[in-house]
Write a protein that binds this ligand. Structure first.
Ligand SMILES: [Ca+2]
Ligand SMILES: [Ca+2]
Length: 568
C-alpha cells in the first residue's frame, strides 16, 4: 500500500513537472528537502515557525543592532478587514502568501501589490460558534500547492498561481464548536492539522490528510477512550467525548526522528473535579508518527488541568547543553508558569522551572514524576465541583504565556517570549453542557493585578534554568510573535500598535514604528537579491482586549494590514 502510494505520488509529481514546463508559468515546487532546510535558507519562508524547529530565528544580519536605525517601511497593504491579523506569511520566489479568516492572498513581496485575493466562503452564522478571536494563523506549502484551514473547520488545498481551490475537506462540524485557525504542517508527505474548540465540550484530535486528494488518512483523538491506554484517567465512561484537549496550534517536526510534536489544550469542562483524574491527554505534548498518527510518547504538563492551562504553546526544538550534555531538547514556556525542557527523543523531563514572577497553583514540578506539586488552592480546585468563594490564582487563565510564539536564538542560547504576570479570581461551578455554547464549569470573577501594574514582559529566558536574563516590562502584555536574528535583533509588536526591536543581548530598545492598529502578527524576515526585509501584520481584535478589562489598553482602531520594512 505504501509502495503503491509513493509510486502514485512520484507519477503525479512527474505529471505536474511536465505541465509546469510546457503549459503554464510554473510555481516552482517546494520539496520535502526545502521544507527541512527552511530555517537555513533566508531567501524564503516556507514553514510556520520559520523552520520545522519553530525557532523563529533567522541567520540574516544586514539589519542588525547598528544598522536598524535606518529601518523604514517599504510598503503597506490593507487586508480590508477588522478581524485579527494574527498570521505568519510565507514567502516563496518573491511572492508572499497570507491567510486571513475570510481570504487567501498572494502579494508581490517587493512591491506589496496584490497578485490575487480569493475570499473564503463561510456560513452566515459562523460568528456564533467562535471562542477566541477570528483569524487564520497562516498557510503551509509543499510541491507547488498551498494549504490552509478555515474557521468553519475545513482544510483546503489551493493553487498558488491563481488562488483556485484544488480540494476542500471537512474536518469537523462547526456547529458543535469546532473551528480551525492554525497553519497546517506538512511532515513526511502528510498534511497534518489540529482543531480548536476546547471551550465547547468538544473532543480534540489531530488528523493526517492526503496532500493530493484531501482524503483523510488517520485521526488521532487527543482524549483517551475507555478501552485505550489512559482511558481510566477519566472519572467515568464517556467523559472523554466532551473532554477537550484541543490542538489549536501547529506542531513542530524533527525529520531525523520522524516525530511531530503537537500540544493539547484544556480539559472539557475546565472544572477538574467534575472530570476527575488526569484526563489524558489534556495539557500534554504528543510525539506522533506523521504517517500514522501513532503516539510514540507523551508528556502531560498539567495533569487534570483545573485552570485552562492549554499546553498548545509552540514546542521549540533546540539542540542545547543540559547539565553539560548535548541534548536534542524540546522546550516550551507553558501557560502554567513553568519552562519545560524535555528530551525530544523519548519525552523524558529534564528541567521545569518557574519563568514568571508569580505562580501559586503549584509550588514546583516534581522532577521524578513530572507532576506539579499542588498548593492548597489546587488541592481544593481538584476536589470541589462547586466552590463557595473565588480564590486568587496565578497565572491567570491567559497564562504565564499565551499562544503567541517565542523565538530561540542559538547564538545567545536564550528564548525570547512575551510573558504575563497577573492572576484571576477563580471559582468552580457546576458545569452544564449545551451544544455550541461554552462548557467551562468555572466562574471568572475578574483579574488580580500585579503590584507594580505591569501585566506583561518581553522576557529573555535561559531555557535550562528558567531564569530571566533581561526583561522589558509593559503595562499591556504584548500579543504578537517574537523573532530573533543573527543581527542580534529581537522583533515583536505591541497591542498598542508599535512594531519593536530590541538588542538580543541586553534588551535595549533599538527601534520602533507605529503600525496604526494593534500587532498580533508573527514577524518574519527574508532576503531578495542581497537585501533583507522584515514583514509583520498589524490589526488587533484579541481575546485579551475583549475579556482582559485592561485599563491601560486604549481603544485601538481595528484594521488589518501587512507592513514590510527594509534599510533605507
Ligand atoms: Ca527558508
Ligand atoms: Ca482553552
Amino acid at each position: 500500500m505504501a509502495l503503491f502510494r509513493s509510486g502514485l505520488r512520484r507519477a503525479s509529481l512527474l505529471a505536474s513537472a511536465w505541465l509546469g514546463l510546457t503549459l503554464v508559468a510554473p510555481i516552482q515546487a517546494q520539496t520535502a528537502a526545502q521544507l527541512r532546510d527552511d530555517a537555513k535558507t533566508p531567501g524564503d519562508v516556507l514553514t510556520y515557525g520559520m523552520g520545522y524547529n519553530h525557532q523563529r530565528f533567522s541567520p540574516l544580519k544586514q539589519i542588525n543592532t547598528g544598522s536598524i536605525k535606518n529601518l523604514v517601511p517599504v510598503w503597506n497593504l490593507s487586508l480590508d478587514s477588522s478581524a485579527n491579523a494574527s498570521t505568519q506569511p510565507l514567502v516563496h520566489e518573491g511572492v508572499m502568501y497570507i491567510t486571513s479568516h475570510n481570504a487567501t492572498l498572494a502579494i508581490d513581496a517587493l512591491s506589496g501589490r496584490t497578485k490575487w485575493k480569493v475570499p473564503i466562503e463561510l456560513p452566515a452564522d459562523i460568528n456564533g460558534f467562535l471562542c477566541c478571536g477570528i483569524h487564520s494563523r497562516g498557510p503551509a506549502m509543499v510541491d507547488g500547492v498551498l494549504y490552509r484551514t478555515t474557521i468553519d473547520a475545513h482544510v483546503m488545498a489551493i493553487n498558488p498561481a491563481d488562488g483556485k481551490t484544488i480540494w476542500k475537506s471537512k474536518a469537523a462540524d462547526y456547529k458543535l464548536g469546532y473551528s480551525m485557525t492554525h497553519a497546517p504542517l506538512v511532515a513526511s508527505g502528510v498534511l497534518i492539522t489540529g482543531i480548536s474548540g476546547g471551550e465547547y465540550g468538544t473532543r480534540g484530535f489531530i488528523k493526517g490528510w492526503d496532500l493530493k486528494t484531501g482524503k483523510e488518512l488517520w485521526t488521532r483523538f487527543t482524549t483517551a477512550g475507555p478501552t485505550e491506554a489512559g482511558g481510566d484517567s477519566w472519572r467515568e465512561k464517556d467523559l472523554h467525548l466532551k473532554g477537550g484537549a484541543p490542538t489549536w496550534i501547529t506542531g513542530s517536526y524533527d525529520p531525523d526522528l520522524d516525530l511531530v510534536y503537537w500540544g493539547t489544550g484544556n480539559g472539557g469542562p475546565w472544572n477538574a473535579a467534575f472530570r476527575g483524574g488526569d484526563s489524558l491527554y489534556v495539557c500534554s505534548v504528543l510525539a506522533i508518527r506523521p504517517k500514522t498518527g501513532e503516539i510514540a510518547w507523551f508528556f502531560q504538563f498539567s495533569p487534570g488541568d483545573p485552570y485552562d492551562y492549554d499546553s498548545v504553546n509552540e514546542l521549540v526544538l533546540a539542540d542545547i547543553k543540559v547539565d553539560g550534555k548535548p541534548t536534542k531538547a524540546l522546550i516550551q514556556a507553558n501557560r502554567n508558569g513553568f519552562f519545560y525542557v524535555l528530551d525530544r527523543t523519548n519525552g523524558k523531563l529534564l528541567k521545569a522551572n518557574q519563568f514568571v514572577k508569580q505562580v501559586n497553583w503549584a509550588s514546583g514540578i516534581d522532577m521524578k514524576t513530572g507532576r506539579p506539586i499542588d498548593t492548597e488552592i489546587t488541592k481544593m480546585a481538584r476536589s470541589t465541583v462547586e466552590m463557595k468563594d473565588h480564590v486568587d490564582v496565578f497565572p491567570s487563565v491567559f497564562g504565564a504565556k499565551n499562544w503567541q510564539p517565542m523565538s530561540f536564538h542559538p547564538g545567545t542560547g536564550l528564548a525570547y517570549a512575551n510573558t504575563m504576570n497577573f492572576g484571576w479570581k477563580y471559582k468552580t461551578v457546576k458545569p452544564e453542557y449545551k451544544q455550541g455554547a461554552w462548557y467551562l464549569g468555572v466562574d471568572i470573577g475578574g483579574w488580580v493585578e500585579p503590584k507594580d501594574g505591569n501585566r506583561g514582559y518581553l522576557s529573555a529566558i535561559d531555557p535550562v534554568t528558567g531564569k530571566t536574563k533581561w526583561e522589558v516590562a509593559t503595562k499591556v502584555p504584548f500579543w504578537s510573535g517574537v523573532m530573533s536574528t543573527a543581527g542580534n535583533v529581537v522583533f515583536t509588536g505591541a497591542q498598542t500598535g508599535e512594531f519593536l526591536a530590541y538588542d538580543a543581548t541586553n534588551g535595549k530598545k533599538l527601534w520602533q514604528f507605529q503600525t496604526g492598529s494593534g500587532i498580533t502578527g508573527l514577524p518574519i524576515t527574508w532576503e531578495h537579491k542581497g537585501k533583507q526585509y522584515v514583514t509583520v501584520t498589524s490589526g488587533a481584535a484579541t481575546v485579551y482586549a475583549a475579556l482582559g478589562a485592561d485599563p491601560n489598553l486604549p481603544q485601538m482602531p481595528a484594521g488589518s494590514s501587512v507592513w514590510t520594512f527594509a534599510l533605507k
